[in-house]
Design a protein around this ligand. Sequence first.
Ligand SMILES: [Zn+2]
Length: 142
Amino acid sequence: MKLSSHIAQGVCLGPVAYFLTDLRTAVIFSGSVVLIDVDHYLHYIYRKKNVSVSGMFSFYDDVWNRRREVFGVEIFHTAEVLLLLVAAGFWHPAFLAVAAGFFAHMLFDFLHLSWHKVPFVRALSFAEFFIRKKNYPPGMIW
Ligand SMILES: [Zn+2]
């Protein structure tokens, strides 16, 4: 899903979060809806040993073009990170706002991928990734 779509989602859901909570929580929530995708950049740096932002976008354009044959995982888009954030929420409630933002983002991503008939092109957890990755040759793991 495009960055602009996630920004629109954050902007649209922010007032809902504000209505349900407070301004600080709403800002953290909306920011989290967008900033979760930082993991795409971190993943790109790790995989390609390159910090080019335009290179990252072309890398993910290529992944998208091969979406029916590839498989991968993005660190922040996993159930494990979501659970850690919820657990950290017992320590500081701001983490719950981050978890809610990440969850909303992941839900929109899942709907988007389902619309394009590839709902499981990205693992939803590290456990799933390590179980399923052996079904793909190395070049098909993004
Ligand atoms: Zn995403």
